[in-house]
Design a protein around this ligand. Structure first.
Ligand code: UDP
Ligand code: MG
Length: 330
């Protein structure tokens, strides 16, 4: 028998969660018919939701022993949710997918067909269109992938997603990467292994709203660049070398001019002001980049936990049993 763990990070997903559960159990039910060797567990991560997500998870866990959940003490972000899920999953195969049905469960049988005979270690989807997304957002996303792949050795495929069907071996490799600043798109690619991409058209959310703002995505893309490339540091030093070279040339010209008695000093005041602005700007820019990397290093050295668990289905169900037992005694 092979156990498949379905890991689902959830943040304020009360509208879609019941729909998702219905859909996933339908698909996995069919899968266990086609592949009798498969059994399933669903591991939901409640990432500090402020709505009824936890209540829904509790009632799912009460009625279905395959449902497990980890509930965080606060919102830690999707990256932490995925990490917690991969860590808690017990399966021989592990699936990571969103709760909002933008990662259609209907792909699972196809994904499994690639992974089951050992040909691939991972099957994932790649969206070929960005339907339902604003033009500016798509343009920035494209630009991000272009820059990222230029300056980083880790290849990040445009349109690749966190919807993945992976072997235990690959997941163990991912868990060995214990960094605090997690950028999963990079991590999935960095660990290597043989990945099969399935192309598909973007699907819109049936309910609820995305928790990503444009600004949030922008910051996330910078995180990605810093986590998987040190090129910005090199840019800072290149800028330094370039400006030093210019300054050196200017100094030589000035010396030659005054030796030849061609000095025409008081002119050029605006030029000086411009140059002061330009170079102090460049310096601040470079120090800023340094600071960004330093702050990342600072957070890594603290070795803070990536997530903190407040409740799991095990804790909840045993508490409930205790309460029922003491209720009967009274
Ligand atoms: N999510 C999460 N923690 C967060 C934000 C999002 O666990 O802080 C989950 C969310 O519930 C969903 C998935 O991550 O299952 C993707 O989020 P969303 O649909 O908002 O992002 P998008 O699909 O727009 O990239
Ligand atoms: Mg979504």
């Amino acid at each position: 028998m092979k156990l498949v763990s379905v890991v689902v990070p959830c943040y304020n997903e009360q509208e879609v969660l019941p729909m998702f559960y219905e859909e996933i159990t339908k698909v996995t039910g069919q899968m266990s018919k086609t592949y009798p060797e498969l059994t399933f567990e669903y591991l939901f991560i409640n990432d500090g939701s402020k709505d009824k997500t936890l209540e829904i998870l509790r009632s799912l866990a009460e009625n279905d022993s395959r449902v497990r959940y980890i509930s965080f003490s606060r919102n830690f972000g999707k990256e932490s949710g995925m990490y917690a899920g991969l860590k808690g999953a017990k399966g021989d195969y592990i699936v990571v997918m969103d709760a909002d049905l933008q990662h259609p469960p209907a792909f699972l049988p196809e994904m499994y067909s690639y992974v089951r005979n050992g040909e691939y270690d991972c099957a994932t989807t790649r969206r070929v269109s960005r339907k339902g997304e604003s033009k500016i957002r798509s343009a920035f996303a494209r630009l991000f992938y272009k820059i990222m792949n230029k300056i980083s050795q880790t290849e990040i495929v445009d349109g690749a997603q966190d919807f993945r069907f992976m072997t235990r071996q690959m997941v163990d490799a991912i868990l060995d990467m214990t960094e605090y600043n997690r950028f999963s798109k990079g991590i999935f690619s960095w660990v290597g292994f043989h990945t099969r991409y399935i192309e598909y058209e973007n699907v819109e959310r049936p309910a609820g709203t995305t928790s990503w703002s444009f600004w949030g995505l922008f910051k996330y893309s910078l995180e990605g660049i810093m986590a998987f490339s040190t090129a910005p540091l090199a840019i800072a030093s290149m800028l330094g070398i370039l400006t030093c070279a210019i300054a050196f040339i200017l100094i030589i010209i000035t010396i030659i001019k005054s030796l030849l008695g061609l000095n025409d000093s008081p002119d050029g005041y605006p030029t000086i002001i411009c140059l002061i602005f330009l170079f102090s700007g460049l310096q601040l820019f470079s120090t800023g980049i340094l600071g960004q990397y330093l702050s990342k290093t600072y957070l890594e050295t603290k070795k803070r936990p990536v997530f903190i668990t407040k409740e799991t289905e095990e804790i909840y169900l045993s508490r409930k049993k205790e309460a029922e037992a003491s209720g009967k005694k009274d």
